[in-house]
Write a protein that binds this ligand. Structure first.
Ligand code: FMN
Length: 332
């Protein structure tokens, strides 16, 4: 039996399989079930920046005055209207405390944010409640044609710098892939003092119902084909950044996990596969990883992590050629 122990964000995990932020991680009962099912760690369901801001009306007003992205159509504001009466922040802090007192696996709190306004001081409450680490889901989706690239990118650095002043627990950033120079951005972010980058955020996809002529959401859950872009970027950046890399999106089974670790991921996060196959899949994934390591003669994960990254590859261009005639010409 191989040793699956993994160090991520300075924390010791019994295996590299983390349950990502989702409805599966929003209650103590669910989290204890995930722990029993074999999760290496959990990322709590995200608290939205807007939920934190709304605690004081003054802060919310300030956010509007600063022309922030909370338009009348903002999905998150609807969410707040529904949930604010439930004292969301208090519940979140209580949940962290409960998980820490009852679960053994590390608990990573999560905040979904789009700016560095006043909400950042809340991170200290998360730390004081006992969270082992904090994951920031920076959910900026630049669709404003007049927006300045540099200004948009600076939001990431502003958020990180403010958060790092508030907490001493490890911090990970979950980001999307939409940057002009993705490799440069990942590299620069990794040097800010954060402990990990979670690649990549999976954005809500719109779809149309052509009968009712209404908008709806599409593909709420991922499929395993989506993991190839993650594999590409983990492989390109592995060994070149100053922090851990955690792979997320489209990782559905043991093979998917093995591939991301071969590319250089320290850990992976899984969500859709748990919704599709039930949480029992966590144990199956760990078993598959274990069996593969035994077959290959690996005793621990460090022995093969990053082995197929671009830096170690005999064919580095395989990751960079995004249209490769040889492969396309094979299809008739
Ligand atoms: C029902 C559901 C709720 C989610 N909620 C959050 C959330 O609150 N915060 C967050 O950062 N990601 C959230 N996600 C995104 C997941 O953490 C993950 O990044 C995404 O589903 C891709 O991973 P997967 O392919 O394993 O599903 C959610 C995903 C699903 C399906």
């Amino acid at each position: 039996m191989a040793d699956l122990t993994t160090k991520y964000l300075g924390l010791t995990l019994r295996n590299p399989i983390i349950v990502g932020s989702s409805g599966l991680t929003d209650s103590i009962d669910n989290i204890l079930e995930l722990e029993r099912a074999g999760a290496g760690a959990v990322v709590l369901k995200s608290l939205f920046e807007e939920q934190i801001l709304i605690e004081t009306e003054a802060n919310l007003r300030k956010a509007y005055e600063n022309d922030m992205i909370y338009s009348a159509k903002s999905e998150s504001l609807d969410y707040i209207d529904l949930h604010i009466k439930e004292e969301t922040l208090g519940h979140y802090i209580k949940l962290i405390g409960e998980v820490k007192s009852k679960a053994v696996i590390p608990v990573i709190a999560s905040i979904n944010c789009v700016s560095s306004v006043e909400w950042t001081s809340f991170a200290r409450r998360v730390e004081n409640a006992g969270a082992d680490a904090l994951e920031l889901n920076i959910a900026l989706f630049p669709s404003d044609m007049s927006a300045d690239n540099e200004k948009t990118e600076n939001i990431y650095f502003d958020i990180v710098s403010k958060i790092l002043k508030q907490v001493t627990i490890p911090v990970a950033l979950k980001i999307g892939p939409y940057f002009t120079n993705l490799a440069g951005m990942i590299n620069r972010l990794s040097k800010t003092g954060i402990n990990g980058l979670v690649l990549f955020n999976r954005f809500y996809s719109p779809d149309f119902d052509i009968n009712t002529l209404t908008e709806k959401s599409a593909n709420t859950l991922s499929n395993s084909a989506e993991a190839t872009n993650i594999l590409r970027w983990i492989a390109i950046m592995s060994g070149k950044v100053n922090c851990d890399l955690c792979a997320t999106t489209g990782i559905h089974d043991g093979q998917g996990v093995i591939k991301q670790i071969l590319a250089g991921a320290t850990t992976v996060q899984v969500v859709s596969t748990l919704y599709k196959n039930g949480i029992g899949i966590l144990n199956e994934i760990a078993d598959e990883l274990n069996k593969w390591m035994d077959d290959k003669g690996y005793n621990n994960i460090q022995q093969f992590r990053g082995m197929m990254s671009q830096g170690e590859s005999t064919n580095p261009s395989a990751y960079e050629r995004i249209q490769f005639m040889k492969y396309f010409s094979e299809i008739r």
